[in-house]
Design a protein around this ligand. Structure first.
Ligand SMILES: [Zn+2]
Length: 84
C-alpha cells in the first residue's frame, strides 16, 4: 500500500538543499481540488537558486492527501536571478 507522505517533496533526494519555510495563512486555492494551499518560501537563497536564471520567491503546496497536485509555482512569483 502506497501512502502519500504528509507535505511536499522539495527536498527529496538532496539533503543539502535548504528546507522551505511554511508561511502562516492561506495561499491560492489548488487548481485541481480547490482547497486553500499552504504558502512556502525559500529559507534564503541557496546555491541552487544561484545556479538558475530564474527562481521562485514563493510557491504553494496542496496539503489535500486525495489530491495529486502537490506544488504550484505561480508565474507571478518567478523572478530573474539578480546574480547572473
Ligand atoms: Zn489540491
Amino acid at each position: 500500500m502506497i501512502t502519500k507522505l504528509q507535505g511536499c517533496v522539495e527536498n527529496q533526494g538532496d539533503m543539502k538543499r535548504r528546507k522551505p519555510i511554511v508561511i502562516p495563512g492561506d495561499g491560492d486555492p489548488c487548481p485541481r481540488c480547490g482547497v486553500q494551499m499552504q504558502i512556502r518560501e525559500p529559507d534564503g537563497i541557496g546555491d541552487r537558486q544561484r545556479r538558475q536564471r530564474f527562481f521562485y520567491t514563493r510557491w504553494f503546496c496542496c496539503m489535500n492527501k486525495q489530491c495529486k497536485t502537490t506544488l504550484v509555482m505561480p508565474a507571478r512569483y518567478k523572478v530573474a536571478n539578480p546574480v547572473l
